[in-house]
Ligand binder design. Sequence first.
Ligand code: HEM
Length: 362
Amino acid sequence: MFAAPFIALALAAVAKAAPAASLCPDGVHSTINPQCCFWANARDRFINEIFLNVCQENVHSLVRIAFHDAIGFSLNSDKGGGADGSIIQFGDTELAFHANEGIDFIVDFLEPFANDVGMTFAIQFGAAVGLSLCPGAPKIPAFVGRPNATRAAPDKTVPEPFDDPTTIFARMADAGFTPTELVHLLASHTIADQAGVDPEPSVLGAPFDSTPFSFDSQVFLETLLVGTMFPGSGPNPGEEQSPLPGEFRLLSDKVFARHNLTSCTWQENALSQSTMASNFQTTFTKLSLLGHSQSSLLDCSEVIAQAPPATAPKAFFPAGKTHADIEQGCATQLFPTTLSTQAGRATPIPPVQVQDIAFGRK
Ligand code: HEM
């Protein structure tokens, strides 16, 4: 047993060792590393001017573009420089690719930032800041200082929802990701909606789960429910029947939820919010570093806040659905009967609204 004075001394030593933040030259922000002052200011600009302080459409789009930019990378051939901002810098080329349809509006928002802070940072740094606004999301480290892109990524580096699973697994493996890591990344579809798979106005912004503003496990649970309807004009290429009016299901998500290489990780994510968040944190960080070495970058993670906790501690069946609606995917572990059903009457899932930005649309 240690004596109390010894513990007090030890604690004091630890407290003394912890580096203190000092005031930045702008007189507003404080950082431990003075080189991160610039990024503290960039964070506030993202939050106030682009995200309007909420985890809504502009955060969703930024997380999506972070994937589309980074995945332009290959371990085996020359497919682009990874997370290098090429999707903005060489937007004339990359935004014309089918898989990037609908991403141009966030590029319009980002361009003024990209010019101020560098293309890559505007994307990967912005995604880390955006996720900090989504309840339940893990803290994504902010590594800054990447050089800008020197070339466009070629077409066909971004998977499409109508691609067969073998093609998607092969593309992800080519960029260095296993099927399990793909599932970890797909936690991002918990804050997601569609506009391009079914362009019908009634499903513009139709979300992939019933809680698109919270980084929770719902998308993994809800993609396991029996599909019963197409919410808009479907079926469209890359679309599958969804279980709830207003909700949209990608064919690829349906397939991964039931595929023998991915279904058990999928179920694990449905059942554990903390496992899902921690695996996403590791794999999204790996994605954001594609094409770069972490040791050559400056770590300004200190300016990224921890998101608030998820609104519900674990997944639930949306009103009207029960365990009987689960289509068992994982062959080695049955989906448990312990999750409860949300109280009340089943109501259509509302679409995610398009957001403006503080300085207005162009
Ligand atoms: C198999 C791989 C994937 C496929 C086939 C896929 C496909 C799609 C599609 C078709 C959309 C709807 C786009 C629209 O119509 O506007 C979408 C949205 C989205 N995806 Fe993926 N995705 C994949 C992986 C990922 C990954 C790895 C991430 C991030 C790490 C990601 C993040 C998002 C986000 C955040 C949205 C919502 C965008 C918004 O609401 O504006 N996706 N995805």
